[in-house]
Design a protein around this ligand. Structure first.
Ligand SMILES: Nc1ncnc2c1ncn2[C@@H]1O[C@H](COP(=O)(O)OP(=O)(O)OP(=O)(O)O)[C@@H](O)[C@H]1O
Ligand SMILES: [Mg+2]
Length: 232
């Protein structure tokens, strides 16, 4: 699952992105590049446009202006069907509150993306079990999200985001609802896994301790990205 092909110029690049929500200009010309396999922290004050940036880069939202290029393909030029297929196969997402499906067990939550991609239930559940193991939540297969701790639920959400072998994971405040110990466990598990798989991570966080796990940090301010440099 190692992704080693040539992606000179960045795997995922948003150029001069502009996006308004009603009268609020959430992005005002932000340019951000994510390289293959890198962990990029996106920081900045509340309302600076971090989540909007992630939504544009992941193709959930189409920007009003600017372009998003993923592996040489312009997302804005893809028809809706191709775009959703690309998102399903190449991207994974994790949010502050894992947003697991409450009616499904942990194993079925993780198995679901594989089944959507055509795997049979038994095979998907077996693979899901391996991913739960990787994230230290084996033994919770049959628990529903409401029966898990916050940190366990986030580790299940990470397993779900990574189970299909995406090249990019978008993590929007993945530890935002956790205490610092659980947050550390989630980050350690995430970093360990993506280093193995070569998955790139766009890591949105308010927390300097979380940003410190990244290779690089970009700070958004009023919808514009500050010059990018190495994380401190
Ligand atoms: N669906 C929406 N409708 C209206 N305004 C929105 C919407 N989503 C975001 N905004 C506004 O756009 C701006 C940027 O929001 P965004 O959610 O991208 O910020 P953020 O940096 O992720 O903030 P936080 O750290 O609080 O999550 C804010 O002023 C916000 O109020
Ligand atoms: Mg946000």
């Amino acid at each position: 699952m190692n992704h080693g092909d040539n992606t000179a110029g960045g795997l995922l690049t948003g150029r001069r992105l502009v996006k308004a929500h009603g009268r609020t200009e959430a992005l005002r010309g932000a340019t951000v590049t994510l390289d293959a396999g890198e962990i990029l922290a996106v920081t900045g004050p509340s309302g600076s446009g971090k989540s909007t940036l992630a939504h544009c880069l992941s193709g959930i939202t189409r920007p009003d202006a600017g372009s998003v290029t993923y592996a040489g393909r312009r997302l804005e030029e893809l028809p809706e069907k191709r775009l959703s297929e690309l998102r399903r196969t190449e991207f994974g997402v994790v949010f502050q509150f894992g947003q697991l499906i409450p009616e499904l067990t942990a194993a079925d939550n993780v198995a679901l993306p594989l089944m959507l991609a055509g795997a049979g239930r038994a095979e998907a559940r077996a693979t899901a079990g391996e991913w739960l193991e990787r994230f230290g939540v084996r033994g919770q297969e049959d628990s529903r999200p409401g029966e898990l701790s916050g940190g366990q639920a986030q580790r299940v959400a990470l397993a779900r985001a990574l189970v299909t072998g995406p090249r990019v994971v978008f993590a929007d405040e993945p530890t935002g609802a956790l205490d610092s110990l659980a947050g550390e466990q989630v980050m350690t598990a995430l970093v360990h896994t993506v280093r193995e798989t070569g998955t790139a991570v766009l890591l949105i966080t308010h927390d300097a301790q979380v940003a410190a796990y990244a290779d690089r940090e970009v700070r958004l301010c009023d919808g514009v990205a500050a010059p990018q440099g190495a994380a401190a």
